[in-house]
Design a protein around this ligand. Structure first.
Ligand SMILES: Cc1cc2nc3c(=O)[nH]c(=O)nc-3n(C[C@H](O)[C@H](O)[C@H](O)COP(=O)(O)OP(=O)(O)OC[C@H]3O[C@@H](n4cnc5c(N)ncnc54)[C@H](O)[C@@H]3O)c2cc1C
Length: 377
């Protein structure tokens, strides 16, 4: 019964997918994804099942699952195919952020296209600079008639191999007397000036296709430039999509950890109280994630729900740290040495800690918030 509800929801929206993922050896899904080579087969399969339309509103041809269903699906996917769950988190997050930013109905043709043609978005925020604010870009941006010309590098850029549409954060050219503003641009992945280079050197999550994408004088028309506001202040647009990101990423990584826990039950390893304790930790944490999903569904907005998202995120991170180490111990040395899978899952689940915002970078902001000040991340 472990993961029963999650897999039931996955089956409801993607009948047959779970079984097909089970048929692909884990390390085959996880080891593909370099530029110039074929991508991760699970990402291809998810596209065939129309996975890219998961969060797209039904009126544009999407599945429009709610936050509760979305986290169940992400956890179920993470338990079978870690890189697929993490990579699609980046795609769905992009759908969520664009949806928040689009004011003009006519722009929704983008979503219709994504749903109909099963297109993947990449999500290019990071630029390989450690210790920087993810929303502050150093891309070179020039104004031109009807749009912008953009150059620079995005890395890591998940789905760099399978992406159809690249999204990239930029800073808009500064206007006299106005504060700096960030924007998100959407660019067809086959546009002139886009090149991919190998960047991801880790064995963990190779299948997320998280390499470098270089943009060399790429033209972006005005209608594909979405203003995100002042990057140092979490405004409504950014904060709402940020909560989506935390929900989906936490569920995906909890799914990876759940896969290790599940193996202890299947292999009947350790003693029952140890195994059940692991289940108590992951199921309790899933309930905390569901609480966050319910806050979103109740329409809660603002600092309190952003803070809730952060509390839940670091809870998930802590629980993953504890349960994966314990589950690997219960599975034993032979399971660890005879196959790369246990070590692989152990390392991959840990990578939740490497998604911004890092725990240490927000603790003083949360500390001040808990003392009654506005939340600053
Ligand atoms: C699988 C995966 C896929 C990814 N895909 C994408 C993608 O497609 N697009 C994208 O934009 N990004 C993506 N990212 C995120 C990107 O990789 C991160 O931005 C990057 O990992 C940040 O690493 P960093 O070393 O710069 O971390 P930093 O955030 O700089 O942290 C480095 C260290 O400094 C500490 N630290 C930071 N700030 C403070 C502070 N104020 N006080 C005290 N300590 C502090 C941190 O806790 C940490 O220990 C992905 C990440 C992963 C793991």
């Amino acid at each position: 019964m472990f993961l029963y509800r999650e897999r039931q929801t996955l089956e409801k929206f993607f009948p047959g997918l779970d079984e097909m993922l089970l048929d692909i050896p884990l390390m085959e899904m996880e080891s593909h994804g370099k530029p110039g080579e074929q991508g991760n087969p699970a990402i291809k399969l998810f596209r065939q099942f129309n996975g890219p339309s998961l969060l797209i509103p039904a009126r544009y041809g999407g599945m429009e699952v709610n936050p509760l269903q979305a986290i169940q699906i992400q956890r179920a996917l993470g338990s079978r195919s870690p890189s697929l769950a993490v990579a699609t988190t980046m795609h769905h997050f992009t759908v969520a952020i664009i949806q928040e930013m689009i004011a003009d109905e006519s722009n929704f043709s983008l979503f219709q296209q994504v749903a109909q043609e099963k297109l993947y978005f990449s999500s290019g925020f990071a630029e390989g600079r450690t210790g920087s604010n993810i929303y502050e870009s150093r891309m070179q941006v020039k104004s031109t008639s009807g749009g912008l010309i953009i150059s620079g590098s995005k890395k890591p850029c998940t789905l760099s191999v399978s992406m159809d549409l690249m999204t990239a954060s930029i800073m808009l050219p500064k206007q006299e007397g106005k504060p700096e503003e960030a924007a998100l641009v959407v660019i067809p992945a086959d546009s002139p000036g886009i090149e991919r280079y190998v960047f991801w050197g880790s064995l963990a999550l190779t299948g997320t296709e998280s390499h470098e994408v270089r943009l060399n004088e790429v033209y972006v028309p005005q209608e594909y430039i979405y203003n995100m506001g002042n990057p140092s202040q979490l405004d409504t647009v950014v904060s709402q999509s940020f909560i989506w990101f935390e929900l989906l990423a936490c569920a995906a990584y909890l799914g990876i950890a759940s896969s290790l826990v599940e193996r202890t039950f299947i292999a009947n390893k350790g003693i029952s109280s140890e195994r059940v304790n692991l289940a108590i930790e992951v199921e309790g944490t899933m309930s905390a994630l569901k609480g966050l999903a319910c806050s979103m569904m109740n329409g809660e907005r603002g600092d309190s729900v952003v803070a809730q998202a952060l509390f839940v995120r670091y809870l998930v991170q802590n629980v993953i740290e504890r349960v994966t180490v314990r589950a690997a111990e219960l599975l034993g040395g032979m399971a660890f040495v005879k196959s790369p899978e246990v070590a692989y899952l152990l390392a991959s689940a840990r990578a939740l800690a490497f998604h911004p915002p890092s725990r240490l970078s927000v603790t003083s902001g949360l500390d001040n918030y808990l003392l009654g000040e506005p939340l600053v991340i």
